[in-house]
Design a protein around this ligand. Structure first.
Ligand code: UTP
Length: 324
């Protein structure tokens, strides 16, 4: 079984972090976002993946090859022309067997086998209060009749969450090919939603599957709330002497922590150095150094340095902040 994971986007909503790293390599609850996705598909028996890379693609490729020994094809999307375009470019990597498309900025907790136990194409959905910023599915008699991308006046509250089980990929490829050939774009991009709608119009049976555990990582506040939710379900680590951990926390065994209070909801990645500090509800990325600081609701980029004072910050890689 093959998963298609598009991760070519620039992740503009997560700047400054995405100025220096791809979004999917940001740490959440102890590993990069894409690490959670890879672990989930492998746990569900997938043995092949296609990863569509672009922005900082080499970094993603390096991480995957180093950590995941399954068959992975990397496809380069040089121009970011939309999700539909990303999938279209990857068409040579899959056959007529069903595929699962998973967006690269979503961590999910769902029984994939159950979702894929269908003869139809199945889209993961979640009921949300305000569906206007999502793709929305309208359903009648158990089948999706219409898919609308970010509607101003939604007719349903079922948001499409970024998990698509495509039963007959050749039908999707036909629709995408037609879209690309006729340059059919919405908001300037080739949308996967439009291609799926085209398939429905041609008689494809499409159903929905409820996904309660859907954790967005696309913005600083959602990355922090996903960190919070994932840490809640993780075991408490043993902590070094001189460190007070208020679980839930993740402290990498490769981090150095001295005379500090971590948590609740702190993630401290490899090679981070924390001294005389209090850190809660925050993500401290690889190699960052925090000294004499009290941080809350913060994301600190790789190799960034923070010294002194109480602050709420969101600083990118290799930055230096000193408060006196
Ligand atoms: P998003 O719409 O979240 O875009 O794409 P983005 O670049 O990641 O983030 P923002 O909106 O600028 O903050 C959803 C998923 O589809 C991929 C992205 O990498 C992300 O995993 N994608 C999107 C592509 O691979 N190619 C595209 O042309 C567009």
């Amino acid at each position: 079984m093959r998963a298609i994971i598009p991760v070519a986007g620039v992740g503009s909503r997560l700047r400054p972090h995405t100025y220096t790293a791809p979004k999917v390599l940001l740490n959440v609850a102890g590993k990069p976002i894409i690490g959670h996705i890879m672990d989930k598909i492998i746990e569900n028996g997938f043995d092949e993946a296609t990863i569509v890379i672009g922005y900082f693609g080499d970094r993603i490729k390096e991480y995957i090859l180093k950590n995941y020994p399954i068959k992975v094809d990397f496809v380069e999307q040089e121009e970011r022309l939309g999700l539909g375009h990303a999938i279209y470019l990857s068409r040579h990597t899959f056959s007529r067997s069903p595929i699962l498309i998973i967006l690269g900025d979503t961590v999910f907790d769902v029984d994939l086998k159950k979702m894929m136990d269908s003869r139809d194409t199945v889209l993961g959905v979640k009921e949300v209060e305000d569906p206007r910023r999502f793709g929305v599915a309208e359903v009648s008699n158990g089948y999706i009749t219409r898919l609308v991308e970010k509607p101003e006046h939604p007719k349903s509250n079922l948001a499409v969450v970024g998990l698509y089980y495509i039963q007959r990929p050749h039908n999707l490829v036909d629709a995408l090919r037609e879209m690309v050939k006729s340059n059919y774009r919405t908001k300037g991009e080739f949308q996967l939603t439009d291609a799926l709608q085209m398939m429905i119009d041609r008689g494809e049976k499409m159903t929905t599957f409820p996904v309660e555990g859907w954790y967005d990582c696309g913005k600083p506040e959602t990355l922090l709330s996903t960190n919070h939710i994932l840490l809640d379900s993780m075991p408490t680590p043993t902590t070094p002497a001189g460190v007070v951990a208020q679980p839930p926390v993740y402290i990498s065994p490769k981090a150095s922590v001295v005379n500090s209070v971590l948590g609740p909801y702190a993630t401290v990645a490899d090679d981070a150095v924390i001294e005389n500090s209090i850190i809660r509800n925050s993500i401290i990325n690889e190699g960052a150094r925090i000294t004499n600081a009290l941080l809350e609701d913060s994301i600190v980029g790789s190799n960034a340095h923070v010294t002194g004072s109480f602050k709420r910050i969101n600083i990118g890689d290799s930055s230096e902040l000193e408060f006196y």
